[in-house]
Design a protein around this ligand. Structure first.
Ligand code: GTP
Ligand code: MG
Ligand code: ZN
Length: 323
């Protein structure tokens, strides 16, 4: 029988069967799909076939071809990859200017990966209620930067999402609803940025546990440990294609997967657009003469932070040669 994987714990999977029931399933130890060496061969969002055995155990026997997926490498040196989710419409990357600080390198590496897998990405800046005047200016700059590159952004306070008093700089609940409606959205980001808080706020009740931020380091405590899909029809009066949210464990670094040096710039829209005017077709935008990207950095048309993220990904590529 066919079903949709809605939760993955690593050792077992909850599958929403086509008849609406949920089944806890396992996979055989040697289950591998088409050469992807991954810590989780089955991911939330996968459509699978389940075999129910008389002894009461349920087994995933087959995975349908994926429309898409997003993979990250746990660390840059590891070859093990982790499938964040499969068959998604978009990624909402939840980021915080402070408490904790989300680095622009992290944002850019994530966005580049979305480009590589051709998945639409939106940026949701959370916890704006905690920001100082200065940090709010920084927030506005970051939003302007990413909007100019072509990524939709929102600024919210997940904690206050349903309260009357909406922060002057913040987006409304309606704006968020409009972005999420009818879509299967993967929520990702560093630990402690408020992914689960946003999920709970959207559903208006505690769907999942949220955690504290450590006092000492202003970092999240990895509260969410499993990926799980939640259906928006529960809050929109059973509209069958209302969409879904996938809450995921917070991630630290974003190791990227097997990019060729030449293709990295393709995943930075701003750099790629400028590169058409470089003198050399194979320009890496590092020290070649007549590099249009370098020129645009000097004029301020390309942000230094974006260029630094680009260089950090190029660095990964040369590293991998020596692995
Ligand atoms: N002030 C403020 N605190 C928030 C906001 N959103 C989340 N928090 C707090 O931030 C802490 C972490 O929130 P979580 O929702 O658990 O973060 P998470 O991204 O799910 O973290 P992991 O599950 O560890 O990846 C909690 O103490 C939340 O109450 C917000 O908009 N404003
Ligand atoms: Mg969480
Ligand atoms: Zn160049």
């Amino acid at each position: 029988m066919r079903g949709l994987v809605i939760k993955s714990t690593g050792s077992s999977y909850i599958v929403r069967m086509d008849d609406g029931s949920n089944a806890e399933c396992r996979i055989k130890g040697n289950f591998r799909i088409r050469g992807i060496r991954s810590t989780n061969p089955v991911a939330v969002g996968d459509f699978v076939q389940v075999q129910f055995l008389p002894d009461g155990t349920n087994w995933i026997t087959e995975i349908e071809d994926r429309r898409n997926y997003i993979i990250r490498r746990s660390t840059n040196l590891s070859k093990e990859s982790h499938i964040l989710a499969a068959n998604i419409d978009q990624v909402a990357l939840i980021v915080t200017v402070n408490h904790p600080v989300t680095s622009t390198t992290f944002i850019d590496r994530f966005l580049a990966t979305c480009e590589a897998y051709r998945v639409r990405a939106i940026l949701i800046f959370n916890k704006i209620d905690l920001l100082t005047e200065e940090e709010l200016v920084h927030l506005a700059d970051l939003r302007a930067l990413y909007e100019s590159i072509g990524y939709p952004t929102l600024a919210i306070s997940a904690k206050d999402l349903n309260s009357e008093a909406i922060h002057a700089e913040g987006n409304t609940r309606e704006a968020i609803n409009a972005l999420l409606a009818g879509q299967t959205t993967l929520l990702s980001g560093n630990s402690g940025v408020g992914k689960s808080t946003l999920l709970n706020a959207l559903f208006g009740r505690e769907m999942t546990r949220t955690g504290k931020i450590s006092d000492a380091h202003d970092k999240g405590m990895h509260t969410t440990t499993f990926s799980e899909m939640y259906f928006l029809e529960q809050i929109t009066n059973h509209i069958s294609n209302a969409g879904a949210l996938i809450d995921t464990p917070g991630i630290k670094g974003f190791g990227t997967i097997d990019f060729q040096k030449e293709e990295v710039s393709h995943y930075f829209r701003d750099i790629f657009a400028a590169s058409r005017d470089c003198r050399f077709g194979n320009c890496t935008h590092t020290n070649e003469p007549g590099c249009a990207v370098q020129e645009k950095i000097i004029t301020g048309d390309i942000a230094i932070s974006r260029y630094e993220s680009y260089l950090s990904m190029l660095g990964d590529c040369s590293e991998s040669k020596y692995r």
